[in-house]
Design a binder for this molecule. Structure first.
Ligand code: PRT
Ligand code: ZN
Length: 289
């Protein structure tokens, strides 16, 4: 970790690389891609982006090679640490997947006990081992680096434990998920010790929070009778107290402005209309703090 510049570790390529860079850019950090693929510079702050394999990110952050990092919760929790582990600052809302146990479709399964004495192939021996111990199950863990989904067909194992997002890979291999070992998404982690860049780190965390919170959030405006306000507050998803302004020359009617934390669907608009709202506008939010 350089004394002058803060270092953020990100996955180079892979499933998280692009969205990690997008988050950094959305937080107002201007990235200059130099000739060095490993290190991108941020031109408007003393920050470097260290682009590495995701498996290295937990160690880099734990050891202080990077101050903060973005990595899947699955990778972080699978990782062993000799000293203090990095701290999870926040979930980032992308890279969502579940670590699941799956069996050939049509297998008998009556809860975790059915796994007793079975061979289970996985790239996550630590997380699977913890899960089995929690349920008091003794099973054999077959560690594989990749292509775990072919293990049952090759008779290497009876079950697998692997990441699932859409479920297409399981389906294509005639497998069916039966249990969830871990729910995962990309998380922001920080070094377990004090950093000289603490104020800059805090400001980046606040910006990441703003970007993450504003995703999917909408600004909703409408006109409505004052008497409909309680009903409108109930209909709007995740809106706090809306701002209410009287409309000049409109008697009882008011303008209502609210920030909705969730997506606003057509059904919601129809309900608002039935409650007496008119001129309803739904706008995207770019930034929030
Ligand atoms: O090269 P490097 O080591 O950096 O990358 P990698 O190959 O180890 O990881 P990469 O880029 O594949 O994944 C990075 C992170 O993305 C993972 O650690 C997870 O946190 C997250 N992620 C989200 C996923 C998936 N979704 C995912 N579906 N990682 C892997 N998969 C694989 C899964 O292993 C299975 O083979 O996709 C397949 C299943 O997908 P579905 O859609 O068919 O269910
Ligand atoms: Zn990896």
């Amino acid at each position: 970790m350089s004394a002058e510049r803060l270092t953020i570790a990100l996955q180079k390529g892979g499933r998280l690389g692009e969205q990690s860079l997008e988050l950094v850019a959305a937080a107002g950090l201007r990235i200059t891609k130099g000739a060095n693929e490993l290190l991108y510079r941020v031109e408007n702050y003393p920050i470097d982006l260290l682009r590495v394999r995701d498996d290295d990110i937990p160690t880099f952050v734990a050891d202080g090679v990077a101050d903060i990092g973005i990595v899947g919760r699955n990778v972080l929790e699978e990782h062993p640490f000799d000293g203090p582990a990095p701290e999870v600052v926040m979930a980032l809302g992308f890279g969502r997947c579940d670590l699941k146990i799956a069996l050939p479709a049509g297998s008998d399964y009556a809860g975790p006990k059915s796994l007793e004495g079975q061979r289970i192939a996985t790239s996550y021996p630590h997380l699977l081992g913890r899960y089995l111990r929690d349920y008091g199950i003794v099973a054999e863990i077959i560690e594989m680096r990749g292509a775990v989904e072919v293990a049952p067909r090759l008779k290497l194992a009876q079950a697998i434990c692997d990441l699932v997002s859409t479920g297409a890979t399981l389906e294509a291999n005639g497998l069916q998920a039966v249990a969830t070992v871990l729910r995962s998404e990309a998380v922001l982690i920080r070094a377990p010790r004090a950093s000289p860049h603490a104020p800059l780190i805090e400001s980046i965390i606040q910006r990441f929070k703003g970007v993450t919170a504003s995703r999917g959030a909408k600004y909703v405006m409408m006109n409505a009778p004052r008497s409909a306000l309680p009903q409108i507050s109930r209909i709007l998803p995740g809106a706090g107290a809306p701002t209410v302004t009287p409309l000049a020359g409109e008697g009882d009617r008011v303008a209502v402005h609210a920030v909705c934390q969730e997506s606003v669907f057509w059904e919601t608009l129809e309900e608002l209309k039935r409650a007496g709202a008119s001129a309803i506008l739904v706008l995207p939010i770019e930034k929030m703090m």
